[in-house]
Design a protein around this ligand. Sequence first.
Ligand SMILES: Nc1ncnc2c1ncn2[C@@H]1O[C@H](COP(=O)(O)OP(=O)(O)OP(=O)(O)O)[C@@H](O)[C@H]1O
Ligand SMILES: [Mg+2]
Length: 574
Amino acid sequence: MKECGTFSQNTSINNCYTVLYFLGESDGCEVYRIQNQALELKFLRLIKSELIDQIDLDRLQTDLNRISKFHHKNLVQCDPLQNFISQGVRYYYFLSDFISGETLSDLLIRRIRLNLYTTFDIILDVMMALKYLHDLPEQYIHGYVNPDNFYICYDDKKIKAYLFPIKISHYINGIKLSVQNKFDLSYMATDNLDGRKTVKGDIFSLMMVMYKCLTGVQAWIYDFDWQDSSVDFIKKQIEITRKVSAINHLSFYTTAVDEDFEKIVYKGLNQDYQNIVELSEALQHYAKDTFMIHRKSSNDAIEPVASIPKNTLVINKGLSAIAGMQVLKKQLQDDIISPLCEYSIYQHYRISPLNGILLYGAAGCGKTYIAQRIAEEINYHYIEVKPSDLASSYIHGTQEKIGRLFRQARENAPTLIFLDEVDAMLPKRDATNISHHYTAEVNEFLAQMTDCAEQNIFIIAATNRPEVIDNAILRTGRLDKLLYVPPPDFSTRQALLEMFLEGRPVDGFLDTYTLAFMTTGYVSSDLKFLVNEAAKLALKVQTVIRHEHFEEILKKYRPSISHEQITKYEKFRF
Ligand SMILES: Nc1ncnc2c1ncn2[C@@H]1O[C@H](COP(=O)(O)OP(=O)(O)OP(=O)(O)O)[C@@H](O)[C@H]1O
Ligand SMILES: [Mg+2]
């Protein structure tokens, strides 16, 4: 995947448009965010020059001319195909509306699945766009209804969805389909896998998207390698799977739906609706009867995050609040705290503080907790960022947001930026399952993080998936030290148990030494949970917390992390 486009930032395209950002490659195009002479933001899709020879330009031009005349509030408005010559090369491109949001694919990567209300909002919007297309005097059938073509906008209070009307790679002969394009096939009706487009096929695809939104998985589970399999093989396997296995029950994945709702989805997947009106009536009828009245009380809607969160620390005890973990604490003190807090002494010896560190290790071992305690210890201005704050809530504004984050950090320096669950923010740029949008974000992060210590900014990142982080982040001058946060050893378990038991009514004979033995393999968050559960048992019978309460609880709950998983982290080397 390319990191920069043919045209760099601020260059003028065709003397009309200024490139603001290269967003990445998608669907046979380089995608740019540009500004036109009226200072309006637009997307510009530049057909990759190496594909020009294979593309059916006449057909694309005819279709885009036609599509440019479509106007619907839930359809992304596209302009006709244009071209220009730069340095002797002819380029082809078209503009489309700028939508401040993200694709449904990106949203699903971030959220896995959506609640019923959000799903309804998205599906109903796109359904209206499809109805418009199907009802045109000269009917237009989309043929590629899948989450990549849904744009989700958060500008208004209510979430709004748009359908992107065209698939460029469809016009390229002999193009080697990317994995992403192969996934498109899984949303197509079986009869349409050969390229035919039908109204019922669009309805089928819409129901597939609905199913995916609600469950996080597809209606059928396909068990083959999408990356290496040929398109013909994939089509065959899709056909066979759908023939021999039944749809997985929606209710297996979500309790939000009832039988009536399931019936609507299955009817759509069976292609039993004749047109969008029939489907729309069924859905609207269901929605009106069943949940529209309750939706105001739903607090599960997607809230785009408008600003970067501020200091969220509440306790103020620093490293001393970390139980056990003596080796790690000493390392933190020597490598981070002292160089930052005794800056002038270290400067005298010309020892610069680190730019940033990565804490990695299994879930529940205390990475987030430790990062927060470091923040207290060094007492810097503190900014904590989670993927949901930044990663892709405003995908097309995210680069600016990253810029804003670092500007805010500089203005308040010295600042500690804590990037929690950094794997979701800085995924490997060559990973096949990430959308092109992320590439631009990762680039922006890399640029901002480089040598930020010189501006008095210190970065702590944390992850339990170190293997998926972009390697460029981990070089010196960005995150220059990687610290493994191990599962608690014996003495740490004992210290943790004592810490979690503190202030509770405890039997004088309860021996944390023995308990630390009994809890071999349990991580810090497990111990917190065990203590809490033991306390609940004691409360039930109104006694102090006793050894037998722990025995009872330990019989019920196994450690949340397996020995194999721990070994995987221990063996992990960048
Ligand atoms: N050394 C410690 N001292 C005191 N409490 C700890 C320690 N380690 C972990 N904890 C407790 O365990 C809980 C879980 O830890 P934390 O959420 O930081 O884990 P994590 O490694 O960030 O997990 P994940 O990878 O799932 O985000 C914390 O809320 C904290 O209360
Ligand atoms: Mg964490």
